[in-house]
Design a binder for this molecule. Structure first.
Ligand code: ZN
Length: 273
């Protein structure tokens, strides 16, 4: 027989448990471009290990749903530069168009997070002026420096630089929804404020998106440091952290520019859960 106090506690516990039930988290890959041709990869490894390699990289962005809340991770190239030989990416379809197919308008995106300030990750951010921008502080400092540093382009961030749009910068990790389910991870070296993303899915398990810590599988395995990275030592430290964390949490690692890794997630518009 339950004593009255035990019964009362059990009754109290039930609604609290329901409130604490974790929000359903899902992850969908969005197309953010493909290389116009196989690129020579020499510059992606400053030891010469990739001197004879060529590869057609892809661009990947991701929608993370957390209950009714949303994070867009990376934003691809500016559609106006599609096919530009300097950029080397073709964009077949904009993010706004892909999100529309999923029943979402730009105003439905709560957070736009970018792994770093390079053109192939920030080109469509300005299509989401109502969203809160999440970006590493060191990258924001480079974008807003006079003159801008690292080939960053302030025009890609006009809503946040001159339009008063909401944003948050951070120096370490950033727990996006406050329950550790989606965490932006400090992985500096490619740029000063470069970040990766950890997404904990109930079914698939943890997934870690590299940002541009590595651009293709061989470079991830041999820890190649691109000649154009801002800090070699930071890059190697980030490889160390990323790989240890992936092992410790048992994460599936997805290299965002690696064509072979596209198939690690369900094909758009399906979501990993
Ligand atoms: Zn990139």
């Amino acid at each position: 027989m339950l004593r009255p106090l035990t019964l009362a506690l059990a009754l109290l516990a039930a609604p609290a448990a329901a409130q604490d039930a974790p929000a359903a988290v899902s992850l969908t890959r969005l197309d953010c471009g493909r290389a116009t041709e196989a690129w020579p990869l020499n510059a992606f490894d400053d030891t010469g290990a990739a001197a004879n390699e060529k590869k057609a990289l892809v661009g990947s962005c991701y929608l993370i749903r957390h209950g009714s809340r949303t994070l867009l991770w990376d934003t691809g190239i500016d559609p106006a530069t599609s096919g530009d030989p300097d950029g080397g990416f073709i964009l077949d379809r904009t993010l706004v168009s892909q999100l529309e197919q999923m029943g979402l308008k730009p105003a439905d995106i709560e957070f736009v997070g970018v792994s770093h300030y390079h053109y192939d990750h920030v080109g469509q951010a300005k299509e989401f002026p109502v969203s809160t921008l999440l970006i590493g502080k060191a990258d924001w400092d480079a974008i807003t420096h006079d003159p801008p540093l690292g080939n960053s382009d302030p025009k890609m961030f006009a809503p946040w630089i001159s339009g008063g749009a909401k944003m948050e910068t951070f120096t370490g990790d950033k727990d996006v929804f406050g329950d550790r389910s989606v965490v932006i991870l400090a992985m500096p070296g490619h740029t000063p404020g470069h970040h990766a993303l950890l997404v904990r899915l109930a079914g698939m398990g943890p997934v870690m998106l590299t940002g541009d810590l590595a651009h293709f599988t061989a470079n991830y395995e041999r820890e190649g440091v691109p000649t154009f990275n801002t800090d070699r030592a930071d890059t190697l430290a980030s490889f160390d952290r990323f790989k240890k964390m992936a092992k410790n949490v048992g994460a599936k690692v997805i290299i965002q520019h690696e064509p072979a890794d596209v198939a690690l997630l369900p094909a758009f518009p399906e979501a990993a859960k």
